[in-house]
Design a protein around this ligand. Structure first.
Ligand code: PHE
Length: 456
């Protein structure tokens, strides 16, 4: 009796939407988007980011889900199977290999930042936000960054939390997290937005995000916008492919992808609209303040609003959960690979990868204090380097190769078969974009970005 382990398929379409939204909505939307928008000219960045989502992100997402669903396996083996079916080289499975590696690298720093949100849960609950102004909010954040043992403690706590919930049934946890807590997060962001408009300078925040000067468009900003489009949609590294492999064949991929993309973009824009009015109304806080932007601006709002301690605690709990449902998907490709290829038990696979990510994460912890000025990695510190190599290199290239595979190498029959639920007009449009537009744009922006960063 040597049966192969069978690959599960989720019963309902909503499960895929929930899991993919859980993966997509995370620190990328609430922490990263506002701060890189702030550092790169606001509206100019937002415009490029939205263009990248529409012309590259969504079409590539359709391709990635499709590849996973066709292959019905972890990203490495799914690519092997799909390539075999279309008579192309096994080498295409390198996309999966790069994805598994990228997920691991991102997890290593993602868990450190999620650790900051945990610390902020504790600070909020203690009433630590009451009466904060720009200067004291910055001090609170800076003292966290210099406290290495606290950083490691929270990073460890977050990783343990991720692994434990995975062990005790990811399905129920994920369902509740996404079905109940995500809408709560969304609602709370809206409350914050209204309050920030009330106490902050909404007009300035709005104009900053939605108007732009041509002079603000830069090569580096463009390549960051591209990388962020991939990062925020969890694309190019197999997370969405892994989830796609559990998606029933009877559902439309295009419609599902549009829902996930819309939700993800909305959350990012609302987070930006809650944060920037405060930034502009607070002396000592600037849009370009970097990775602490959310941790400095939002506590000021909570400190000033009625029931701020309660709302503040709840908010950081919800952000931690959003980060948690993303970190599961960062682990998933590697875990699925170890279990299906090497017959690892799910628990040991999770433990192994999480421990390695913890170890590497220590380098990120140090990047915010002792090593912050080190320039050993292409002129960057370790955190900036891992962020660069994943978001600006591995994810866009991974996604571009997926698009090239689907657009140029996959046989037309399996391709059309996966998209039978979409009209032939939709198919034709999507196919043209994924064949000619997305890969070319990625490569052009990628090369210009490298030039801008290292030679410009
Ligand atoms: N999309 C997640 C976020 O925005 C991060 C992520 C990237 C998750 C890649 C999985 C894969 O926070």
């Amino acid at each position: 009796m040597n049966q192969k382990p069978k690959h599960a398929i989720w019963g309902r379409r909503s499960t895929f939407i929930l899991a993919a939204t859980g993966s997509a909505v995370g620190l990328g939307n609430i922490w990263k988007f506002p701060y890189i928008a702030g550092e790169n000219g606001g509206g100019a960045f937002v415009l490029m980011y939205l263009l990248c989502i529409c012309l590259i992100g969504l079409p590539v997402m359709v391709a990635e889900v499709l590849l996973g669903r066709r292959g019905r396996a972890n990203p490495i083996m799914a690519m092997q199977k799909v390539a075999h079916e279309s008579g192309s080289s096994r080498g295409w499975s390198l996309i999966g290999v790069s994805g598994v590696l990228a997920g691991f690298l991102i997890l290593s720093y993602y868990s450190v930042i999620a650790g900051w949100t945990l610390e902020y849960v504790a600070t909020a609950a203690r009433g630590g936000f009451v009466g904060l102004d720009g200067v004291s909010a910055k001090q609170t954040f800076d003292s966290l960054l210099s406290n290495k043992s606290a950083l490691v403690r929270w990073q460890t706590a977050f990783l343990c939390m991720t692994v434990l919930v995975i062990i005790f049934g990811v399905k129920r946890g994920l369902e509740t997290a996404v079905r109940v807590l995500m809408p709560m997060l969304f609602a709370l962001l809206l409350v914050l937005l209204v309050y920030a408009a009330y106490v902050g300078d909404f007009a300035a925040g709005f104009l900053f995000l939605f108007s732009f000067k041509l002079a603000d468009l830069s090569l580096v900003g463009l390549s960051l916008a591209l990388g962020h489009a991939f990062f925020t949609l969890s694309l190019g590294m197999g997370a969405i492919m892994a989830y796609g492999s559990y998606m029933p064949s009877s559902h439309s991929i295009v419609k599902t992808v549009l829902i996930v993309g819309l939700l993800d973009t909305l959350v990012a824009l609302i987070a930006g609209l809650a944060i920037f009015p405060i930034v502009f109304a607070t002396s000592g806080v600037e849009p370009g303040d970097g990775s602490g932007l959310m941790f400095i601006s939002l506590p000021i709002v909570f400190g000033a609003m009625p029931f701020g301690t309660l709302f503040g605690t709840l908010f950081f709990v919800l952000v931690t959960l959003a980060a948690w449902s993303s970190s599961i998907s960062l682990l998933e490709p590697a875990v699925a690979y170890l279990t299906e290829r090497f017959r690892f038990h799910r628990v040991s696979a999770n433990l192994l990868i999480a421990s390695l990510a913890w170890l590497l994460g220590l380098g990120t912890v140090l990047s915010f204090n002792d090593w912050s000025d080190s320039r050993y990695f292409l002129g960057m510190n370790l955190f900036n380097f891992i962020d660069f190599i994943t978001a600006s290199v591995m994810l866009p290239l991974g996604g571009a190769f997926m698009a090239v595979y689907v657009g140029w190498f996959m046989r037309r029959r399996p391709l059309r078969h996966e998209l039978t639920h979409d009209s032939s007009k939709t198919f034709r449009y999507w196919f043209m974009i994924v064949r000619y537009v997305s890969p070319v744009l990625v490569i052009v922006v990628f090369i210009m970005g490298l030039y801008g960063k290292f030679a410009g």
